[in-house]
Structure formats: structure tokens, C-alpha cells
Design a protein around this ligand. Structure first.
Ligand code: FES
Length: 113
């Protein structure tokens, strides 16, 4: 179910923003005229990735430097990724579909039962 998350123009200006929608804490990003939504939780030790440096579609966790591709939610395949998270199956972050309508960003969130 799509949920209203943020103003698109403000997201374009800020590039990334941490938001809370119900029980979920998300990182919203604007990149190449699209909105992306990820769980704000690094797959390494769970720190918020929203505090990291964001450039060219990659956000780098501030804690230990893991780089996440926001388009896939998966850590970039580097030596650091292999060292921090040896199991390749555990290198991803939950991502959510988004849409932009009437100047607003909506995130597709599964209903919590
Ligand atoms: S918590 Fe993100 S790299 Fe360690």
C-alpha cells in the first residue's frame, strides 16, 4: 500500500532524508530524477546509513565505510564489503518501491499485521 512519505521538491533539494512512517525508519533519497526508499539500517551492524556520505547513487555508512548502491540496496562488491560481511547473502538492505505523484513521494509499504 502506497503511503505519503515526503515532498518531492524538498527531497530534490536535500538529496537524502531520514523519515519515520509508522514503525519503520526509512532513508529517502533523490537520484537521477527518481526517489528511492531503503530501511535506514546498515546490514553490517545496524547503524543508520542516513548519516553517511551520498554521491553518484552510493551511500557510504559513516561507521565502518560499507558502500551501498541505493538502486539495489546491496553493498558494492569491494574488498571492504567482503571483510565486513563475509556472507554475500547478508549484504543487502530492505528497499521499497516509490512513486511520485502531484509533487509528493509515496512509498509502497507492506501492511503490518
Ligand atoms: S555499521 Fe555500517 S559499515 Fe559497520
Amino acid at each position: 500500500m502506497y503511503t505519503l512519505a515526503y515532498d518531492w521538491q524538498q527531497l530534490l533539494e536535500r538529496k537524502k532524508v531520514r523519515i519515520q512512517l509508522g514503525p519503520r525508519v526509512l532513508l529517502l533519497l533523490a537520484f537521477e530524477d527518481k526517489a528511492y526508499a531503503l530501511a535506514d539500517k546498515c546490514p553490517h551492524k545496524g547503524y543508520p546509513i542516513s548519516t553517511g556520505h551520498f554521491e553518484k547513487g552510493i551511500i557510504q555508512c559513516k561507521e565502518h565505510g560499507l558502500e551501498i548502491d541505493i538502486r539495489t540496496g546491496i553493498a558494492v562488491d569491494t574488498q571492504k564489503s567482503c571483510t565486513l560481511i563475509p556472507n554475500i547473502q547478508e549484504r543487502g538492505i530492505k528497499t521499497y518501491q516509490t512513486k511520485i505523484e502531484n509533487g509528493k513521494v509515496y512509498v509502497d509499504l507492506p501492511v503490518i499485521k
